[in-house]
Design a protein around this ligand. Structure first.
Ligand SMILES: [Zn+2]
Length: 326
C-alpha cells in the first residue's frame, strides 16, 4: 500500500541566478513546447528536505536523496495546495547540498514572466509572504530504524526510546521506495496551522490534498468498536468508540467515545493498517456550534444523518458523547 507524506519546507533567500544557464537547463529537462530564454523566466529556490529526522519521526536517508532529486524534476509547484488551479511554476533542477553537517535537497523552480499573476508571485515570495512550502510524495515503505522492518508491522513507534546493543536509541523511520513526488506547494507564512497536512503515514491518501480531506469523516469498524476521524478545522481529532452500537444510536442513546490526541494519532495511523475492518468515508458539515458541542450533518453509509457531539468528563478523563438527533 502506498503512503502519502507531506513535509514543510523553507524557501531559500537566494535572489540572483544565472538565468542564461537555467534557461538551457529548463529547455533540456522540461522540454517546453516553445523554448524559454533567460528573459522569459523568474527563478527561485527552496530547501526541500534534509537527511535529519523530522518532527514526525521520518527521515530521508542519504542514499535516497539522489533518487528524490530525480523525482522532483518536472514536478509542479502549486500555491496553497490548490489542485484545482493550474500549477504556477515547475521544478527543473534539484541537488544535494551540504549545509553544516546536514545534507539538503535544494530545488530550483521557474515560472514565466508573462503568465497571469507572475509578478504577484514574485513579490509574494521576495516579500516573505510565501515563506514556506511543502512537498507531497508517495512512498511505500517506512523502514524502522531499530529493527529494519516496516514500522507499521513491528513493535516500535517513532520518536520513542528503545534500548539497543549500541545503547538507548530514539526510533525513527526511513522513507523507502519513494515512488513519486506529487508536487511542491508554496504556502502563506504561518499556514502551518493546518497540521493535518503534515500528519504522515495516513494510508490511502495518495494524491488527495488536505482540502479534499477537510469536511470529511472516516469511519473504520473493527468488530464492536469504531474509530471515527473527523476532518474539520473545528473538530480535528479522532474518536475511538469501544462500543459502537448502531441501534442504540437510533434510539437517541449517546455513545461514549475517547478522543485521541495528535501525538497518539500518528501512532494509531501506523497501527490501523494492521487491523482488519470495514472502512468508509463521508461528508461532514457543522450545522451549529454551541457551548455544549457541535451539531453535525454526516452524509455517508453508516452514519447518514444529524448528530450532536459534545465533550464530557468521567473520572477526570475526557470523553466524547455522540448522539443521533431526530
Ligand atoms: Zn521496529
Amino acid at each position: 500500500m502506498n503512503l502519502y507524506g507531506r513535509l514543510m519546507v523553507n524557501l531559500s533567500e537566494e535572489r540572483d541566478f544565472d538565468r542564461e544557464r537555467f534557461a538551457d537547463l529548463i529547455n533540456a529537462a522540461i522540454k517546453p513546447p516553445r523554448n524559454v530564454s533567460a528573459e522569459d523566466i523568474y527563478v527561485r529556490a527552496i530547501y526541500l528536505v534534509s537527511n535529519k529526522v523530522n518532527s514526525y519521526g521520518g527521515r530521508f536517508p542519504d542514499d535516497e536523496l539522489s533518487n528524490l532529486c530525480e523525482l522532483i524534476i518536472d514536478s509542479p509547484v502549486l500555491v496553497g495546495h490548490n489542485k484545482s488551479g493550474l500549477p504556477i511554476a515547475r521544478n527543473f533542477k534539484a541537488e544535494v547540498i551540504e549545509r553544516g553537517d546536514e545534507k539538503w535537497v535544494k530545488v530550483w523552480f521557474y515560472w514565466l514572466k508573462e503568465s497571469e499573476g507572475s509578478k504577484a508571485l514574485l513579490s509574494n515570495i521576495d516579500g516573505g509572504i510565501y515563506k514556506e512550502g511543502s512537498i507531497g510524495f508517495i512512498f511505500s515503505r517506512p523502514e524502522c530504524s531499530i529493527c529494519g522492518d516496516d514500522i507499521r508491522n513491528c513493535s516500535h513507534a517513532p520518536l520513542k526510546r528503545y534500548p539497543t546493543e549500541n545503547g538507548e536509541q530514539v526510533c525513527h523511520y526511513d522513507y523507502r521506495n519513494i515512488e513519486k513526488v506529487l508536487e511542491t506547494s508554496l504556502v502563506f507564512r504561518g499556514a502551518t496551522r493546518d497540521t493535518r497536512v503534515t500528519n504522515e503515514l495516513i494510508a490511502d491518501m495518495a494524491g488527495e490534498t488536505s482540502e479534499a480531506d477537510t469536511n470529511r469523516y472516516k469511519l473504520k469498524r473493527i468488530k464492536d468498536s469504531a474509530i471515527i476521524a473527523f476532518g474539520h478545522e473545528d473538530i480535528l481529532f479522532t474518536v475511538i468508540f469501544p462500543q459502537f452500537n448502531l441501534s442504540s444510536l437510533k434510539t437517541k442513546k449517546s455513545l461514549v467515545g475517547y478522543p485521541v490526541s495528535r501525538e497518539k494519532e500518528s501512532h494509531l495511523n501506523l497501527r490501523l493498517d494492521k487491523l482488519k475492518g470495514k472502512q468508509e468515508s463521508g461528508k461532514l458539515e457543522i450545522t451549529k456550534k454551541t457551548r455544549n458541542g457541535f451539531h453535525l450533518n454526516l452524509k455517508g453509509g453508516t452514519l447518514d444523518g444529524k448528530y450532536l457531539i459534545r465533550p464530557a468528563f468521567w473520572d477526570r478523563k475526557r470523553l466524547i458523547l455522540f448522539t443521533r438527533l431526530a
